[in-house]
Design a binder for this molecule. Structure first.
Ligand code: ZN
Length: 286
């Protein structure tokens, strides 16, 4: 496995026919009989747009499932500001932001399962399945985990080349998250780095408390953040990602998606090195 650090940029590219606009996307969504987007958001949260199936359960393919319909819904209803004067480019960015957001939310669930698996490896006792049942609230999900998954999603727009545009996209997502059910709507509270790290540690101990074990890791002296492979930059390359085009919406609209794998064989040219050197020591690691 390639040990290079995972790129924080989105891994899905959308190729959009120039004649497609947002109105046609809304019409196509309407034909699928999809209900009120806001109502769906209030009831189900981000997981209405994609979901994560754990590797602890072997009845189906584990991984991150991205719903094409969910991506189109989020692009049309959440990222409803203009990001480019060019219609196709504007739409392409919105779809990319939507896919990136959903992918990050679901990737956090993958990181949480890895954390639970590490408890299991460290103690020899089962953790994940029992904890998922015990920690679930009356709504049927773990509120703290959903809050952190949304926080990880919101923290993920630093790759956008324009700071203003990244901030606007994040602002739209924050508004969308605030309309979500209990737990999900606390995502913005965990966006600051120290709150996010503390929240991840608390979640790890929440899982640990549900284990049937003789020995419990001492709170306060054991750094439970170590159980996550890397909660700040989740390596989605280690988790299968499946894009589902329910109802053939992407096909109908002529939108083609491509996953970017590993970009290999990049070498620094001598002319680039010279230009970099001219920028001064602040831009070079030498
Ligand atoms: Zn979730």
């Amino acid at each position: 496995m390639d040990e290079a650090p995972v790129d924080d940029e989105p891994s899905i590219i959308f190729e959009i026919p120039p004649e497609i606009d947002e109105r046609q996307i809304r019409e196509a969504l309407g034909r699928t009989g999809s209900g009120d987007f806001e109502r769906m958001n209030e009831v189900t949260g981000t997981d209405a747009l994609g979901w994560y199936f754990p590797f602890h359960c072997q009845m189906a393919q584990h991984g991150i499932y991205l719903s094409a319909k969910g991506i189109l819904e989020l692009a049309a209803h959440c990222f409803n500001r203009k990001y480019s004067e060019d219609q196709t480019e504007d739409l392409r960015r919105k779809l990319q932001y939507a896919a990136h957001a959903i992918l990050r939310h679901e990737a956090f669930h993958f990181a949480a399962e890895c954390m639970a698996a590490n408890w299991e490896l460290a103690t020899g006792a089962a953790c994940y399945i029992r904890a998922r049942t015990q920690l679930r609230g009356s709504a049927g999900y773990i509120e703290q985990e959903e809050a952190l998954a949304n926080a990880y999603m919101l923290r993920g727009f630093r790759w956008v080349s324009s700071v203003t545009e990244g901030a606007r996209a994040t602002q739209s997502l924050k508004l969308y998250v605030k309309g979500q059910p209990s737990g999900y709507n606390r995502g913005p509270d965990y966006v600051p780095a120290h709150r996010y790290e503390l929240g991840c540690k608390e979640l790890a101990f929440d899982y640990h408390r549900q284990m049937v074990v003789q020995w419990f890791a001492p709170r306060g002296t054991f750094d439970s953040a170590l159980l996550y492979p890397n909660a700040n930059r989740i390596d989605w390359r280690r988790c299968p990602i499946l894009l589902l085009d329910e109802g053939g919406l992407l096909t109908e609209l002529g939108i083609v998606t491509r996953f970017i794998g590993t970009v290999a064989g990049i070498a620094e040219s001598s002319s680039f090195a010279k230009q970099l050197a001219r920028l001064g020591s602040g831009y070079s690691d030498k």
